[in-house]
Write a protein that binds this ligand. Structure first.
Ligand SMILES: Cc1cc2nc3c(=O)[nH]c(=O)nc-3n(C[C@H](O)[C@H](O)[C@H](O)COP(=O)(O)OP(=O)(O)OC[C@H]3O[C@@H](n4cnc5c(N)ncnc54)[C@H](O)[C@@H]3O)c2cc1C
Length: 240
């Protein structure tokens, strides 16, 4: 399959991306719309190292054509060479693959583009805007910022049904504001300005659909004046 990845594969090869094959060892439905897999890493973690919110590019088959999508590692264990993946299920090749994935199934992956800059200084408050596709990254972020002796409070605007989703939030520190689809941009514009006034060192993490991510990233930086290095914004999926 490596040879048949079209222009995306060619660009990634030029960028010295590294390829691996993962094997599913376990699969479970966390909810009817959220599925968790455990996989062996084909030597990846030893070769690449690991960092919070780390993600990989997985290659799915789309009627014989390569279809590349990003997924976040859950609880990577370099010593064991294993990690998890959690799929928010919807239409699409990646979701289709995840729905039927079972122990023994394999998937090819490329590692390129992932990284994590720990905010310095640590945020006095974290503002997170996301949805089920970014829940693995949000959990990883909260874990990373809570892991070095500091306990960073967070406000999380989270779009779409949350029932049964595996949030790793601490109710004493993290407030999740549940929203229906389409409400993210308006709610954040209505609520974030006042919260920011009381926050000396904010850090804003925006990972939702590309249109909302772009709009809120520009709003937070240009209209609310949050410095670029205190905003992480990456569109996780394209609404059609
Ligand atoms: C860095 C990064 C890390 C990511 N990590 C994860 C992860 O750990 N878990 C995860 O579930 N997703 C994650 N995503 C998002 C995932 O890559 C996209 O949702 C991707 O589009 C899914 O591919 P697909 O083939 O299933 O659907 P596509 O072929 O891309 O889309 C098919 C249809 O489904 C719709 N769609 C796509 N994604 C979503 C969604 N999330 N919610 C609702 N509708 C959608 C599209 O609008 C389209 O109509 C991540 C994205 C990035 C950039």
């Amino acid at each position: 399959m490596v040879q048949g990845r079209g222009w995306e594969g060619a660009v990634l090869r030029l960028l010295r991306a590294r390829d691996f094959e993962f094997t599913v060892t376990r699969a479970e439905d966390v909810t009817p719309h959220y599925r968790r897999l455990r996989l062996t890493d084909g030597g990846m973690l030893a070769a690449t190292g690991v960092h919070p919110t780390m993600w990989v590019r997985l290659w799915f088959d789309n009627a014989g054509r390569p279809h590349q999508r990003a997924y976040t590692l859950v609880d990577p264990d370099p010593a064991a060479g294993t990690f998890g993946l959690e799929f928010a299920l919807h239409e699409g090749c990646a979701s289709d693959w995840a729905r039927s994935a079972k122990p023994g199934d394999t998937i090819e992956a490329t590692v390129q583009g992932t990284g994590f800059d720990r905010p310095d200084p640590d945020p006095s408050h974290l503002f997170v805007i996301g949805d089920p596709a970014s829940l693995p990254a949000i959990n990883s972020l909260l874990g990373a910022l809570g892991s070095v002796g500091s306990q960073v409070p967070a406000t999380i605007w989270f779009e779409s049904g949350t029932e049964g989703l595996p949030f790793r939030t601490d109710p004493a520190l993290h407030e999740v504001r549940h929203l229906s689809r389409g409400q993210l941009a308006d709610r954040v514009r209505a609520q974030l300005p006042d919260l920011l006034k009381a926050t000396p060192d904010p850090y804003v993490w925006i990972t939702c659909d590309t249109t909302t991510t772009r709009a809120l990233s520009s709003y937070v930086r240009r209209e609310l004046g949050v410095r670029r290095e205190r905003v992480h914004a990456l569109g996780y999926w394209r609404a059609t």
